[in-house]
Design a protein. Sequence first.
Length: 198
Amino acid sequence: MLKRQLIFFLFLLSLFYFFFIPKDILAAADCTTTRDKCYVAHQLDQGGNITATTCLCYDGLVPCGKEVDIREYTNNTCSVSNNCTGATTTPNCQLCHFFIMIGAIINYVVLKIVPLVAILLIVYAGLLIYFGGENPNLVSSGKNIIKYVAIGLFLIYGSFMLVGLVIDVLGGGLSGPLSDVFSSTNYQIKIYCTPTYY
């Protein structure tokens, strides 16, 4: 019985995973479609002087060592919706990129993976309760799964808000943990770190 439940759960997981992957992997490389993360960077001349502040947009989790799009940095905002200049660059990896990558990993896990896993677990728990019938162990297992998913979501998102608030108070980033909590596009941990490129 447990083996069938595990196979069914893995089937549901692969089904949901299949529907979320194509937009990230199968999309064509274009300045406006595939780049989903951006950061502010300073362009330097050969003497090491800052010539422009731009917005570098990339896809995936690693923000350096590969081709990225250069977008305009306007109104002190850096996002995928900024105007694309049509130019690209390959920035060298710096310590600042490490912190940008860690922030991207945390945002990806908390905002993309955790909700999917929570939904799958709640669906699985609902199926256990529904098909439990006269077996009180299955009904009890389903209720416990729902209870622990709720506690886990509270802990994960509560700590996410707390870490964002601490980073803001220390002046290391801009996450808007209290004001942007209901905005899916603005509520991310963003690290203040400005790498350079030539």
